[in-house]
Ligand binder design. Structure first.
Ligand code: AMP
Length: 411
């Protein structure tokens, strides 16, 4: 299927062409025709699958073809609610790119910064509002926002909203929306509370599921290093020194851990920055900006801060710690190998993390190759035998992911 087959408005097609999108990703192929018909949608998919365009294109297409209110101030006709500031900004950037040849305008609002500029943008009139829940509710309660003319609502990363404690705010927001609307609900996982919320929010809906293992296993080359806790930093420095010009995202399970990693890297002369919830919004934006521009090659992030970070040409993800929830591994490695690109994800595993590795391999239904070509080798056979009842067949020996020389262009 091609975008041309979807009968989209000419300015949208032109923008997609400019973005270099030739073919819809699987979620776009499934979701766009449903949404163009005006139906509600439940999308079970994670960031990195192209889901922003999957909901953005049909919404923009509809607004572009139905310019009913030419006169007076613009009214908010579409609302996207998303859990983090980084995601809100990225979604707004995508909407701006896809609507660049239309006269549709979007605005983004999120907490952690002064509200004055955001209120000013709203006063100027917007067609599409992208918001995090807390600031959205604040501005609604101050009377800066009305949804009388709203036609589309998207709830993005619903499970993450739940994890971050936003679920009540989200319910309050939904209660203020017109009943007649198109509703879209996206979540990477579907725990019970999320299923209930989706039932409340959606009318008669269609469901589209993109399995995480489809998104990752096929495109991302993965590898595991067995290493002692005390040697993890040394191994990281060793790997980064081999890949001086690549953009590398390093995951830490904790904020404190992320700070410690940055300190160690700096001691070895590797410039890096941490992004996590204890960093101010300005610091996070600066770190992300420097990383995207290539001023910084290494970003160390916690899961919540990194969720949804969208960086073109992110060639390598390193899991300094293995996550204790297997799905998180899938989210993390989804930061590389986005849309139609390929990527590499390397993980460190100390003895205590071996059960996490087992869960991950069960989820992704594959054994991650064991990598032995490093100076800080743990006796992994001993670890495997000690922690697994039935020893599994050893992976390929002496596997080596050589540096790849991707272009340095980043988004
Ligand atoms: P998302 O899941 O929305 O965060 O998208 C992940 C990345 O895929 C973003 O960098 C998009 O710009 C890119 N992308 C989305 N759709 C396509 C497409 N059809 N072809 C190529 N890249 C795409």
């Amino acid at each position: 299927m091609k975008f041309n087959d979807l009968a989209l408005a000419a300015p949208i097609l032109k923008a997609l062409e400019k973005q270099g999108y030739t073919q819809p990703t699987p979620i776009q192929e499934k979701a766009i025709p449903i949404l163009l018909k005006g139906h509600d949608l439940l999308g079970v998919a994670q960031t990195g699958t192209g889901k922003t365009a999957a909901f953005g294109i049909p919404i923009l297409n509809h607004l572009c073809k139905n310019k009913s209110n030419g006169k007076g101030r613009r009214k908010i006709k579409a609302l996207v609610v998303t859990p983090t500031r980084e995601l809100a900004i990225q979604i707004a950037e995508n909407f701006t790119a896809y609507s660049q040849f239309t006269n549709l305008r979007n605005a983004v609002i999120f907490g952690g910064v002064k509200q004055a500029q955001q209120v000013k943008n709203l006063r100027n009139g917007v067609d599409i509002l992208i918001a995090t829940p807390g600031r959205l509710l604040d501005l609604m309660s101050q009377g800066h926002i009305t949804f009388k003319d709203l036609e589309h609502v998207v709830l993005d990363e619903a499970d993450q909203m739940l994890d971050m404690g936003f679920i009540h705010d989200v319910k309050k927001i939904i209660a203020h929306l017109p009943k007649k609307r198109q509703s879209l609900f996206f979540s990477a996982t579907m725990p019970k509370t999320i299923v209930e919320l989706s039932k409340k929010m959606l009318g008669k809906f269609e469901r589209v599921t993109i399995k995480p293992e489809q998104a990752t296993a096929e495109k991302v080359e993965q590898g595991i290093y067995f290493v002692n806790k005390g040697n993890k930093s040394k191994l990281l420095v060793h790997l980064l020194e081999e890949r001086k010009n690549e953009s590398v995202l390093v995951f830490s399970r904790t904020k404190h851990g992320a700070n410690k990693i940055v300190k160690k890297l700096e001691q070895s002369g590797i410039r890096s920055a941490a992004i996590h919830g204890n960093k101010s919004q300005n610091m996070r934006q600066k770190a992300l900006g420097d990383f995207k521009m290539g001023k910084l090659n290494v970003l160390v992030a916690t899961d919540i801060a990194a969720r949804g970070i969208d960086i073109d040409e992110l060639s390598l993800v390193i899991n300094f710690d293995l996550p204790n929830v297997a799905e998180t591994y899938v989210h993390r490695i989804g930061r590389t190998g986005r849309a139609n690109a390929s990527g590499i994800a390397l993980s460190f595993c100390m003895a205590e993390e071996r059960p996490y590795l087992k869960d991950i391999e069960q989820l992704i239904k594959q054994k991650i190759p064991r990598l032995e070509n490093h100076p800080f080798m743990e006796d992994h056979d001993a670890i495997e035998e000690a922690s697994v009842k039935k020893p599994v067949k050893a992976g390929p020996k002496k596997r080596n992911y050589s540096r790849n020389n991707r272009s340095k262009k980043r988004k």
